[in-house]
Structure formats: structure tokens, C-alpha cells
Design a protein around this ligand. Structure first.
Ligand code: HPA
Length: 240
């Protein structure tokens, strides 16, 4: 296969070495229009908007992943294998499970456990542990520190199920110290591992599964701005 791919119409050279991936295409547009210098739309297949521009003199692409492990699996695989991308930083929201977490907290997903069968394709004689790139994790922590933002580093759950039938499933994960749940990181981490590339998921806590709290629209916007800045600064740090 070559470029363009069935899911990405960008040409070779139009996508930066580091890609930020929000789930939502409108968020990709928001990042491009409000943070990047001279953003250029490089993909819009299925409305999965991708823009390339500059942040602090570093070329960065921001492209949506869609929702769920299969979707991020497709886009990240193509970016790594067909477009020569080295680093993908997911930026998303997550629902907190841990009592330690507050709304708006920034979680750096050191590991991503999962209930998905995605890893079965690798035919491993055991269980694979999807982990973040240490280089990206360290850079993200440095970026957040410089901005005076607190981060929580640990294991999250990438679930295939949003409307789960059995809420007690969450209790089992919680007992294992899982901080929060989202739906993509484990697929991204496994794909990065298989491709020999780097990945990190940064998540803003948007709701709490055990305290029925959620961010207001205003709080959500402010927190997302902080997360976007951390992710972009991470891209700049690793390019130094
Ligand atoms: N589940 C899955 N993904 C999420 C959640 C959730 O509760 N909150 C934000 N992203």
C-alpha cells in the first residue's frame, strides 16, 4: 500500500513527524485554528480532518482518530507505516475511576489496560502490556511542570464499551488501580509498539464514574486548552 491510503488523502511530506490526535474532528479543527501557525488542511476523508502547521517553530500535524480502538488503529497504523510519522500524542477526555482524581486533572497514561481483543492479532503466547513511550511521557511531564500544571501518571483502561451492561466491571478495574477510562489508548500503544514508534495518551478528566460529576462546557474548554498546550509543548520538546 502507498499514499494516499483509503482513509487519508494527504501526500507524502504533508504530515509532520509528530501528530496530535483528538478523537473529535471538530477538535482537530479547533487546535489547528487556535494554536497552529499557518495550518493547512491535509486530509478530510470521512471528515477526519487533519491539519499541518507550526507550534514554536516545530512542524506538527493534528488529525482526528475517531472513537474507539478500531478507528485509532487504522489511522495510527497508516500514519506510522505510510507517512513516516514517529510520534503520536492522543489528546482526549476520560472518565475517572480513582478516588484520587478530580475533574480537570491531566492524566498521562503510562499504561493502557484494555477489554479489547485488538491484541489477539499479534498471536502472543501471553498478555501484552500496552505502555507509553517513555520519551514522550517524560517530555509531557516536563511540559506540564513548566506550565505549572499538575499531572497524574499511571494506568488507564481503554474500553470497547461505553454503554456497558454491567457497572461492576468498573469495580474490578478500579481494584487494580486503574485511574480512568477512555476508548483508544491501548490500540494506539499496541500499534506504536508493533511499528517501532512512539505514542502517548494525555487525558483530561471530564467526568467521574463514582461521583456523578461532570465538567461544564466552560470548564471543559479551559481544561482542553491546557491539555492541548501540554501536548504541543511536548512535540516542541522532543524536536529540540
Ligand atoms: N467512558 C469512556 N470514555 C470516556 C468516558 C467514559 O466514561 N468519559 C470520557 N471518555
Amino acid at each position: 500500500m502507498a499514499v494516499p491510503t483509503p482513509h487519508n488523502s494527504a501526500k507524502i511530506g504533508e504530515i509532520a513527524k509528530t501528530v496530535l490526535m483528538p478523537g473529535d474532528p471538530m477538535r482537530a479543527k479547533y487546535v489547528a485554528e487556535n494554536f497552529l501557525e499557518n495550518p493547512v488542511l491535509v486530509n478530510n476523508v470521512r471528515g477526519i480532518q487533519g491539519y499541518t502547521g507550526k507550534w514554536k517553530n516545530t512542524e506538527v500535524t493534528v488529525m482526528a482518530s475517531g472513537m474507539g480502538i478500531p478507528s485509532i488503529g487504522i489511522y495510527s497504523w497508516e500514519l506510522y507505516n505510510e507517512y513516516g510519522v514517529e510520534n503520536i500524542i492522543r489528546i482526549g477526555t476520560a472518565g475517572a475511576m480513582s478516588d484520587k482524581l478530580q475533574l480537570r486533572d491531566l492524566v498521562l497514561a503510562q499504561g493502557a489496560s484494555t477489554d479489547s481483543n485488538f491484541m489477539n492479532q499479534y498471536k502472543l503466547p501471553g498478555t501484552f502490556a500496552p505502555i507509553a513511550s517513555y520519551k514522550l511521557l517524560r517530555a509531557a511531564e516536563e511540559a506540564a511542570d513548566k506550565l505549572g500544571l499538575n499531572t497524574v501518571v499511571g494506568n488507564i483502561l481503554s474500553s470497547d464499551v461505553f454503554y456497558g451492561d454491567d457497572a461492576t466491571d468498573n469495580d474490578a478495574w478500579r481494584k487494580m488501580g486503574i485511574l480512568a477510562v477512555e476508548m483508544e489508548a491501548a490500540g494506539l500503544y499496541a500499534t506504536a509498539a508493533r511499528c517501532g514508534k512512539n505514542a502517548l495518551a494525555i487525558c483530561t478528566i471530564s467526568d467521574h464514574l463514582y461521583r456523578s460529576e461532570q465538567l461544564t462546557a466552560d470548564e471543559r474548554q479551559t481544561s482542553l486548552k491546557q491539555m492541548i498546550t501540554v501536548a504541543l509543548d511536548t512535540a516542541a520538546i522532543i524536536a529540540e
